[in-house]
Design a protein around this ligand. Structure first.
Ligand code: SAJ
Length: 416
């Protein structure tokens, strides 16, 4: 089976590689010549556990190759970005151009699968009219559907194989064909449904998480006011066999949880009230943390803050939609000097080369991201270089006793 994968990002490249490792002939298509050049040398330009070795093998064994343009194939899989605009609307331009790019190569019996997370109606209302330009009968000569991924960065290769998946066709035969294609490497259950249901499920899965994080963040605000430690309260609530309150934090980042709920709000603004309010609650956390920082520094002239971690979640290099970037902007706009240290991020303006350099002359250390390497911070060394010894943990991650032993005044998000 020959497969053409359009879009070689965090999802497209691992997916293309999994099909290639299952023995399919795979052409990976991307507009970025750097991605294609690297791929055809068997190299990658994104960070994901195990991917470099896999890509190098399947390219060497000639199961996977890169191309700037599509080719005829049995199956076309679209894994391009679906970003959000500043007006919180879905930017479908990449899906539209990817769909248009494959039309000249479509042949009778082909299957087109959209993997990109998309608003409900993308397959039947947006893609089908474009695919009809192939003059193939949709659902009879050309089969189409949506099969969203459920993988988490850092675990992608394992979860691509073992997570269950939806096969959402525009008609039952399309769903069957989608399921058959993924069965080449997926060991998880594959559930048949229609394209609109599959589109909604992907969005609902991530929205479920965003709403529950918003509940935790709202509890953090309530507990600060009631002089309760929210982390202790949530831990005790979760002893209940049917309660699973999520974790508060400085906000919700990434190109999934922070984005997908807006795709539902856009289509259903009158019904998606809890969903919209949850998004706004999570997006309020950077300024909530900034207010706490300003209270801590209120007696210090021209204060300097050091932010530890700027990625959207721990132990990744991805800063997309990171709440810490928003927090840094708010602090800088308020005239507060900010230094940054994140060992997972190679290139970011102001990212210090090491922790002590970042903390030198600082009045407050803020733990923004709970990277494993921040679990044991050298508080005694930090105390020697900082101007004031204040520490704010926004993730309840670091043992505050170590900081207190070194003479730090300690603060915790969600605790007064
Ligand atoms: N976060 C919290 N509190 C929590 C959990 C997460 O503040 O209790 C924050 C994180 O710090 C991060 C954001 O939320 O900023 C998102 O984190 P995440 O752990 O949800 O990670 P993602 O976005 O990489 O992965 C999610 C997953 N979706 C679900 O768990 C329902 C993953 O399975 C999806 O495949 C992925 O989105 C996606 O690509 O859609």
């Amino acid at each position: 089976m020959k497969i053409c994968v359009i879009g070689l990002g965090y999802i497209g490249l691992p997916t293309a590689s999994m099909f290639a490792s299952a023995g399919c002939e795979v052409v990976g298509v991307d507009k970025n010549p750097k991605v294609i050049d690297a791929l055809n040398k068997g190299e990658i330009i994104i960070e994901e556990k195990g991917l470099a070795e896999l890509v190098s093998k399947v390219v060497k064994d000639k199961f996977l190759r890169g191309s700037l343009v599509p080719e005829e194939a049995d199956v076309f899989i679209i894994t391009v970005p679906t970003p959000i605009t500043t007006q919180k609307k879905a930017d479908m331009s990449y899906v539209i151009s990817a769909t248009e790019s494959i039309v000249p190569y479509l042949r009778k019996g082909n299957l087109v699968i959209l993997e990109s997370t998309s608003p409900v109606g993308t397959v039947d209302e947006l893609m089908i009219p474009i695919l009809e330009k192939s003059a193939l009968k949709i659902g009879e000569e050309l089969f189409v559907g949506h099969s969203p991924e459920r993988v988490i960065p850092g675990q992608i290769l394992k979860e691509l194989v073992f997570n269950s998946r939806l096969a959402g066709g525009i008609n039952p035969i399309s769903s069957e064909k989608i399921a058959k294609v993924y069965k080449t490497f997926v060991k998880g259950e594959i559930y048949l449904t229609d394209s609109r249901t599959a589109e909604l499920c992907k969005l609902a899965e991530n929205t479920y998480r965003d709403v529950n994080i918003a509940f935790a963040n709202e509890l953090a605000k309530i507990c600060e006011d009631l002089n309760i430690n929210v982390w202790e309260a949530i831990e005790l609530c979760n002893k209940h066999p049917r309660v699973n309150i999520h974790q508060p934090g400085p906000g919700v980042g990434g190109h999934c949880i922070a984005v997908d709920p807006w795709f539902i709000v856009e289509k259903q603004p009158d019904n998606a009230k809890i969903i919209e309010l949850s998004r706004k609650t999570n997006d309020s956390m950077p300024s909530f943390v900034a207010d706490r920082i300003k209270r801590i520094l209120s007696t210090i002239n021209s204060p300097k803050v050091t932010i530890l971690g700027i990625t959207y979640k721990p132990d990744v290099d991805d800063i997309r939609e990171s709440p810490l970037i928003y927090l840094i902007d708010i602090l800088k706009k308020d005239g507060i000097k900010v230094s940054i240290y994140d060992p997972h991020v190679e290139k970011y303006d102001g990212n210090a080369t090491d922790l002590i350099t970042a903390a030198t002359g600082s009045d407050l250390l803020v733990l923004g991201v709970h990277h494993g390497s921040f679990k044991e911070l050298p508080f005694h060394k930090l105390a020697e270089v900082m101007r004031h010894k204040n520490f704010l943990d926004t993730r309840n991650f670091v043992s505050l006793s170590d900081a207190k032993d070194a003479g730090f005044s300690c603060y915790l998000l969600g605790n007064n």
